[in-house]
Design a protein around this ligand. Structure first.
Ligand SMILES: [Fe+2]
Length: 367
C-alpha cells in the first residue's frame, strides 16, 4: 500500500489572502490560466491579482480555456507562456482550467517538445511550479495528479500520461456563491462519482477509504441543498467545496473507474457536462458491481443515506435530466470502454461486453 499526497492544501475562507506568502513564493513571473468569464465573476481572479500586485510579482493572463480543453488550446497557451518567460503557473477555475494549467506547466518547461509527448510518455523536465485555486465543487484537480484533455484525433477525452500535482491548493467555498444551480449540481455529482468510483476501485485500500467513505458521508449532507429543501449559505458552499477536495484526495490514491470512462464519449459527442455525464452511469454501475460484491455497494449506499440502488438512481434522475443517444452510439460507447484496457483494469472483476452495454442502455435513453 502506498499513500502519496504532496500538495500543500488549505481549505478556508479568504484562503488566497491568508496564504499569499506561499502563493507568491512559487516564482517571480506568474502565468494565470482561467476560463473566459467565471474567475472574474466569482472574485477569484481579483483576489489573486491583488496579492500578486502587493508582492510586486508580474503576471500574464491566459483566459481562453474552454470547457473540456483541447490539446490545441494547451499548446497555444504554452507558446505564449514560453514567449513571456513565465516561471510559475496559477490555475483558477473548474476542472478545465486546472487540468489545462497542469499540461501548460509541463509544456512550458519543455519548450522543444511538441504535443505528441502528452500521450507518449518520455523523460521530460519537471513542470513549472503550479498553484491550483478551484472555483467549482467537483474536479478535485487541485489535489490530484491528473489532467484530462480533449483529443480531437480520437474523438474523446483522455488523461495525459504524467502525474502533475499542484504544489499549492487554495480552496475557498466563497467562489461558489455566484455559481448557477446547474453548475453546482453537475460539479457536485462529479465529486460523488469520484467518491463512489474510488471506493469501488481495484486499487482501493484503507488510505483511500479514509477519503472516499468520509467524503460519501459528507456528500449525504449536500443532498438537502441539491433537492432545494435547504437554502444555500456560506457554510453550505464551504461544505460543497470541502467535499469536492476530499473526493479529489480519494481518486488521487486510485484514479476514476468505469462511469468516468463511459462519460468521455457522452461529453465529446453530446456535449453533456462532465459531472452529469459521469452521474448518469452511476446507478447502473452500482447495480452491476453489486452482482460481484454487494457489501461494498451497501456501504456506499448507507453512507449516502439510501436504502437501495433504485432509490439512489431515482434521486439522481430527479436532479439530472435524461440524455438520449442513438442505437449506433450505444455500441460505440460500449466499444470505447471495451477497448480501454487501462480503465477496465480499474474494475475489480471481469466484465463482459454485454454487461457494459447494459450499463449504457440503463443509463441513457436510446432513440
Ligand atoms: Fe471527474
Amino acid at each position: 500500500m502506498r499513500f502519496y499526497a504532496p500538495t500543500n492544501v488549505y481549505v478556508e475562507k479568504n484562503c488566497v489572502e491568508n496564504h499569499k506568502k506561499e502563493l507568491t513564493a512559487l516564482g517571480s513571473r506568474a502565468y494565470i490560466i482561467t476560463g473566459r468569464h467565471s474567475a472574474k465573476a466569482n472574485g477569484s481572479y481579483a483576489d489573486v491579482t491583488a496579492v500578486l500586485d502587493e508582492a510586486g510579482i508580474s503576471y500574464v493572463l491566459f483566459d481562453e480555456i474552454e470547457e473540456n480543453p483541447s490539446i490545441e488550446t494547451v499548446m497555444k497557451a504554452s507558446a505564449i507562456g514560453i514567449e513571456e518567460k513565465v516561471d510559475y503557473v496559477i490555475g483558477i477555475g473548474g476542472g478545465s482550467p486546472l487540468d489545462a494549467a497542469k499540461a501548460i506547466a509541463l509544456m512550458i518547461a519543455n519548450p522543444d517538445e511538441d504535443q505528441s509527448c502528452l500521450y507518449n510518455p518520455k523523460d521530460l523536465a519537471a513542470p513549472l511550479p503550479f498553484a491550483a485555486i478551484p472555483t467549482t465543487c467537483g474536479t478535485g484537480s487541485e489535489v490530484t495528479p491528473n489532467a484530462v484533455l480533449t483529443r480531437h484525433d480520437i474523438k474523446t477525452k483522455g488523461s495525459i500520461k504524467y502525474n502533475i500535482y499542484p504544489q499549492l491548493a487554495l480552496v475557498d467555498g466563497k467562489y461558489l456563491a455566484s455559481a448557477s444551480r446547474n453548475l453546482l449540481i453537475n460539479t457536485s455529482v462529479d465529486a460523488l462519482a469520484h467518491l463512489v468510483e474510488s471506493r469501488l476501485h481495484k486499487k482501493a485500500n484503507v488510505y483511500n477509504y479514509m477519503f472516499s467513505e468520509y467524503g460519501l458521508k459528507l456528500w449525504s449532507g449536500l443532498i438537502p441543498y441539491l433537492k432545494e429543501e435547504k437554502e444555500l449559505d456560506e457554510a453550505a458552499y464551504g461544505q460543497f467545496m470541502l467535499t469536492s477536495t476530499i473526493a479529489g484526495m480519494a481518486i488521487a490514491q486510485t484514479s476514476t473507474s468505469l462511469p468516468h470512462a463511459l462519460s468521455y464519449a457522452l461529453t465529446y459527442r453530446r456535449n453533456v457536462a462532465h459531472g452529469k455525464a459521469c452521474g448518469l452511469f452511476l446507478a447502473a454501475y452500482l447495480e452491476e458491481y453489486a452482482k460481484n460484491r454487494s457489501e461494498d455497494v451497501e456501504t456506499v449506499l448507507s453512507l449516502l443515506g439510501f436504502d437501495s440502488v433504485a432509490a439512489f438512481g431515482a434521486f439522481l434522475n430527479s436532479i439530472l435530466a435524461a440524455e438520449t443517444i442513438s442505437a449506433e452510439e450505444l455500441d460505440l460507447y460500449t466499444d470505447e470502454l471495451v477497448n480501454n484496457a487501462g480503465k477496465l483494469a480499474t474494475y475489480p472483476f471481469e466484465i463482459s461486453r454485454d454487461a457494459i452495454r447494459t450499463i449504457v442502455e440503463k443509463s441513457l435513453v436510446i432513440a
